[in-house]
Design a protein around this ligand. Structure first.
Ligand code: ZN
Length: 239
């Protein structure tokens, strides 16, 4: 990917209304939206919403049956509570608490029936809905402490079989994946467990790789500012 340096200053002023990135950083052409085999709810901390290289919005734009909410205290969020009260849905939230069960246990028989009919209502059976918290660890805990409605959702965890490829943004531990990688892994495990030969969800990793390469290119062409915070560092385009 080559970026003309003379276009950067102009393009940084133009904002894409879809991905909300500066035109020079727009990744929309790398998206291949698909319907996931279950609903996805992304709960994003406001800090991440301001972060130039967060992956939550990219995940949301890639998954047709996903929703994204930005807040810290979700206890009074009307739309979140409407979803949680929906009796046609069976909710789980990705969070590695002591009581969390392995991800494989949340793919119930009802989901086997839906199989290739991803995202559609099934008569009488509740459809899986997976929530993910998009935040740094200390912010994740802040969100959960503030939101009893989220604490009440059954928690699921997984052992990642790969390291994060988010090389432009240091992860706090080897087991930590970005939001888009986490959702990809959940969908991947779902299809593997069901023996379904679906490939559409790999669009998530393709878009993610585009973002990583784009940011590396920014670092090379326009220089970078390196932000170092406790347990966290990142490279953002120089402005
Ligand atoms: Zn865009």
């Amino acid at each position: 990917m080559a970026i003309d340096k003379s276009l950067v200053a102009f393009a940084q002023r133009e904002v894409c209304p879809r991905c909300r990135k500066a035109a020079v950083a727009c990744y929309c052409k790398a998206l291949r939206p698909f319907t996931a085999p279950f609903g996805v709810g992304i709960l994003q901390h406001p800090y991440e919403a301001r972060n130039a290289i967060a992956t939550a919005r990219m995940t949301h734009l890639s998954i047709k049956n996903s929703k994204i909410f930005v807040d810290i205290d979700f206890s009074k969020n009307v739309r979140v509570n409407e979803l949680l009260a929906d009796q046609s849905l069976r909710h789980v939230i990705l969070y590695p608490s002591r009581d969390a069960v392995d991800l494989s246990e949340c793919f119930g028989e009802a989901d086997v029936e839906t199989g290739a009919e991803m995202g559609r209502e099934t008569g009488g059976s509740r459809q899986l809905f997976v929530w993910v918290l998009d935040a740094k660890w200390q912010h994740v805990n802040q969100m959960l402490r503030s939101s009893p409605n989220l604490q009440a959702i059954p928690m699921v965890k997984f052992n990642p079989d790969r390291k994060s490829q988010f090389i432009i943004r240091k992860q706090p531990a080897a087991i930590c994946l970005s939001t888009i990688e986490s959702i990809h892994l959940v969908i991947d495990r779902f299809f593997a467990q069901k023996g379904l030969p679906n490939q559409e969800h790999h669009a998530l990793l393709d878009a993610f790789q585009y973002l990583v390469q784009q940011q590396l290119e920014f670092a090379r062409v326009v220089g970078f500012r390196r932000h170092r915070r406790r347990g966290h560092s990142e490279i953002v385009p120089g402005v």
